[in-house]
Structures are given as structure tokens and as C-alpha cells.
Design a protein around this ligand. Structure first.
Ligand code: GDP
Ligand code: ZN
Length: 309
């Protein structure tokens, strides 16, 4: 249900036991900052005479998971959640302004693990007519490539019922940059939650995070939420350029006629992806964000290769 660093909250038939981990758990050759994620199914052994705490003995096989590069330790990966049905990315065009490229970075992360993703634009009550036009344009870009997009307001409750329907009966990983209204949206979905709202001003550089650790919540309508701390940035130095190309889903679809089988869709001749961008079939915004990500990876790899100097 939650981990606070040293303790892992494990729920067994409506009772929650704080548990510790002993020994090492690995995932292939990946270095992980956390061996167990919210959503994991584990086998525990109760300890002490009161049997109020336990030890995690085994992590059962995961149906899936979402990994991100650790923001603090770049050679480590962080397990965001395990065993989920879908992801919900909350963004807004206002307060705070949408960070360019953020959506595509998030989708690269979920696509890599084949997790379906809903994009939800919050605070539509604040949008100007131009913002609404922008939102329509963004909607058409992402709906065309198969993502659900919905504008909502936690304040006026516009489209909250529709969002609730999209979450009903599922376990959803919920993420967003700090201040997008994640707590407010979750409270709007189920007022019983009563998460603290507006306690942080992370994007202004001051204040405290409200959500420091990922945590699972059970809402009405059989909705399971894994709430995660606000995301500042997403980097992909662990990935190869080819992996990025394969996980921009529409690029992959258009890429089979590329002259080179390992085309990175930059300056190669006979690139079908670039042609699709010119034809307006692939969004130029997606393409620019793609170039920015692979540019970072290539720069990084250059320095990695030369660290022995
Ligand atoms: P979190 O950091 O993503 O959990 O964001 P909070 O839920 O704490 O909300 C951050 C701020 O945005 C608070 O001041 C909320 O009152 C405000 N807020 C959240 N949702 C909306 C919305 O739909 N419309 C408006 N106008 N403000 C909102
Ligand atoms: Zn190409």
C-alpha cells in the first residue's frame, strides 16, 4: 500500500501490517532504489509476540510495472508501481503552465511498459478561449494516436463523472507535476478521501510536498488509485535511441518504409517518419520532443564514453 523508506505497509484482508525487508531482492541487472513497489503482491511473515509487524519474504511475479530513472541517482531505476491496469497523467495549461515535452516524456515511460495512459487536463475553469482551442488541438494529436484525453475541473467538477467512469473497476497509477491539482482531483472523485490540498507550492520553489511517498487508495466505484509524488522531470539516459524510436508509438507504425532498418529518424535519407512529419501525419510537436530526448541521450552517452579522461 505504501512505503516510507524503512517500512512497507502491507494489507492483508483489511488489516495493514508495517513490514520490513531483509535480504536482497533484484530485478535482472537493473539497479533499483526500491525493491518493492506499491501494488506489489508479497508474502509476509509476522514477527514479535503481538504479530503487529512483519517481514517481507517474497515478492510475487509482477503482471507489469512502471520504472523511471531515479531523479537523484541517475544509474538507478525507481519502481513507481506494480500490477496496474492503466496510468492517468494529470496536467494543466494554467497554474502551473504545462512544461513543453512533459506529456511525451511521460508517455514514453508508460509505453515502454505497455501501460495504457489517460491524459487529463485539469483546471479547465481557468482556461481562456485560446487555451480551450489549444486543448482541442492537443486532444486531436493524442486521440489520433490512441490515447484518451479529457478536460476536467476539480473545482467545478466538470467531467469528473466521466473521469470516474474511466477509472471504475481498475487500478490506476496517478501522476502529475506538483500543483496540477492531483489531490483535488482525487478528492473530487471521492470526497471520503480528504487528502490535504494546496499545501505545497513546489513550483514556486517553497513549501512542502504533500505527497512524499507513493500510496494506494481504495475509492468508491471499485476504483484503486496509486498516488505518486509530484514529478519534476523525466530523463531517459538509461535508454537507447532505438528504444525511444520504438516507443513513440506512431513513429514505429510509420517507420517500416525507412531506408535503414535502424533509422533514428533524424538526418537519414529515405526516412518515412520525417516524411510523415512533413505531410502532417505525425505531429511536429511530438517529433521535436522526440529529437530533444534522443539529443539528451546522445550527449549523455558521449560523456559516459569519455569518463576515463
Ligand atoms: P497537487 O499538488 O497536484 O496535489 O495539487 P492540489 O490538489 O494541492 O492543488 C493545487 C492548487 O490548485 C490548490 O490551490 C487547488 O485549490 C488548486 N486547484 C486544483 N484543482 C483545481 C481546479 O480544477 N481549478 C482551479 N481553479 N484550481 C484548482
Ligand atoms: Zn526513419
Amino acid at each position: 500500500m505504501k512505503s516510507t523508506g524503512s517500512w512497507y505497509m502491507v494489507r492483508v484482508n483489511n488489516v495493514t501490517y508495517p513490514c520490513r525487508i531483509v535480504g536482497k531482492f533484484r530485478m535482472g541487472d537493473q539497479k533499483l532504489t526500491n525493491p518493492v513497489a506499491v501494488g506489489d503482491r508479497v508474502r509476509i511473515q509476522l514477527e514479535d509476540s503481538e504479530e503487529s509487524t512483519g517481514v517481507i519474504r517474497e515478492i510475487l511475479d509482477r503482471d507489469n510495472y512502471v520504472l523511471r530513472q531515479s531523479p537523484r541517482r541517475k544509474h538507478f531505476m525507481h519502481l513507481m508501481a506494480a500490477n496496474i491496469d492503466q496510468a492517468l497523467l494529470l496536467v494543466t495549461l494554467r497554474e502551473p503552465e504545462l512544461k513543453p515535452g512533459f506529456i511525451d516524456r511521460y508517455l514514453l515511460m508508460t509505453e515502454t511498459h505497455d501501460i495504457p495512459c489517460i491524459l487529463s487536463f485539469n483546471k479547465i475553469d481557468l482556461y481562456t478561449p485560446e487555451d480551450h482551442q489549444d486543448l482541442e488541438e492537443i486532444k486531436s494529436i493524442y486521440q489520433k494516436i490512441g490515447y484518451s484525453v479529457i478536460g476536467i475541473s476539480a473545482k467545478t467538477h466538470e467531467n469528473i463523472d466521466q473521469l470516474r467512469e474511466m477509472l471504475a473497476g481498475k487500478r490506476t497509477l496517478v501522476s502529475g507535476q506538483s500543483g496540477v491539482g492531483k489531490s483535488s482531483v482525487l478528492n473530487a472523485l471521492d470526497p471520503h478521501l480528504q487528502l490535504p490540498e494546496g499545501e505545497l507550492s513546489d513550483y514556486s520553489g517553497k513549501g512542502q510536498h504533500t505527497t512524499t511517498f507513493a500510496e494506494m487508495y481504495f475509492l468508491h466505484h471499485n476504483i484503486q488509485i496509486i498516488d505518486t509524488p509530484g514529478i519534476k522531470t523525466l530523463s531517459f539516459n538509461n535508454m537507447e535511441v532505438q528504444d525511444v524510436a520504438h516507443n513513440f508509438r506512431e513513429f514505429f507504425e510509420y517507420s517500416s518504409p525507412c531506408r535503414f532498418y535502424n533509422c533514428t529518424h533524424q538526418n537519414e535519407p529515405g526516412c518515412a517518419v520525417k516524411e510523415a512529419v512533413v505531410e502532417g501525419e505525425i505531429s511536429i510537436i511530438r517529433y521535436q520532443n522526440y529529437l530533444a530526448i534522443i539529443g539528451e541521450i546522445e550527449d549523455q552517452n558521449y560523456w559516459e564514453r569519455h569518463t576515463d579522461f
